[in-house]
Design a protein around this ligand. Structure first.
Ligand SMILES: C[S@@+](CC[C@H](N)C(=O)[O-])C[C@H]1O[C@@H](n2cnc3c(N)ncnc32)[C@H](O)[C@@H]1O
Length: 263
């Protein structure tokens, strides 16, 4: 489990917090709203990472109504520390350690495109959700609206002939039609795909760049793999592309949010 590709990629909570984790609390609010989560419900957070969505759920439902799983041992540990009283298990989406119909809602924030087997993973989310309950997820709009990652991969393509090959826009399950089709294929009904736009603040460009050098996520793994000269070219292109310097700034990020109802 802990050695699955998707889990290894995000191994450090500190680097993750400073990378896309900056956007996670705001996105969690949007996912909770779109999924219609309300007090009294029992909710599962799949691929919880360090726990931004878990924390939002605890605030609404209480720790005893929230469970979470992640295949990364480091993230499970941090999510437990940040969310006392929540059952946080080491598991991937593809084999959830829960009985059928245990939850009212199962959610996966920024996870479906990293699952080893998205069809199995979302199928499991449906299995553990009761009839009438909701299965929901969010995935970045890598192709356009996620400013940080879109700009990063555009800079990679501009500064390295093979830089575009790992562009996350090519990941499966990262466009609305694919998400909607997957939700339908696993037997969910009333499928809806909406968008959520959130933002994050940076102290300056170095604040944005630093976690990338720590190798977090596909973008960080690419940046860290480059020779120093190539990495510096990428860095300068990204700074110019974002038109930011050492003053504070904000970036916006759009995610696709998919929800469906268990029949
Ligand atoms: C981009 S992070 C999102 C973390 C968190 N949900 C958030 O919104 O900040 C992706 C997460 O998916 C987890 N992951 C990777 N493969 C997975 C799988 N097959 N099943 C469940 N989670 C997985 C990773 O360990 C990581 O925590």
């Amino acid at each position: 489990m802990g050695d699955s590709r998707g889990a290894q990629m995000f191994a450090s909570a500190d680097a993750y917090d400073r990378f896309v984790g900056r956007y996670a609390p705001a996105l969690a609010q949007a996912v909770v709203r779109a999924s219609g989560v309300r007090p009294g419900q029992r909710v599962l957070d799949v691929g919880c990472g360090p726990g931004a969505l878990t924390t939002a759920l605890v605030a609404l439902l209480g720790a005893d109504h929230v469970s979470a799983v992640d295949p990364s041992p480091a993230f499970v540990e941090v999510c437990r520390q940040r969310n006392a009283g929540v059952q946080v298990e080491l598991a991937g989406a593809e084999l959830l350690p829960f009985e059928d119909d245990e939850f009212d809602v199962a959610l996966a924030q920024l996870v479906v495109n990293f699952m080893d087997d998205p069809r199995a993973g979302v199928g499991e989310m449906r299995r553990v959700t009761r009839a009438g309950g909701t299965v929901g997820a969010a995935v970045w709009d890598y192709g356009s609206g996620m400013t940080l990652l879109r700009s990063f991969w555009d800079s990679a393509a501009a500064t390295d002939p093979s830089g575009g090959q790992r562009d996350e826009r090519n990941m499966r399950m990262s466009i609305p039609s694919e998400l909607g089709d997957l939700w339908t294929e696993v037997g969910l009904g009333q499928v809806e795909v909406s968008e959520a736009v959130v933002s994050a603040s940076y102290e300056g460009f170095e604040d944005l760049w630093h976690p990338l050098e720590m190798g977090v996520g596909p973008a960080g793994a690419y940046a860290a793999s480059l020779a120093p000269g190539a990495r510096e070219s990428l860095k300068q292109d990204l700074r110019a592309r974002l038109a930011v310097g050492e003053s504070p700034f904000e970036l916006t990020a759009r995610a696709w949010v998919v929800t469906g109802r268990v029949a």
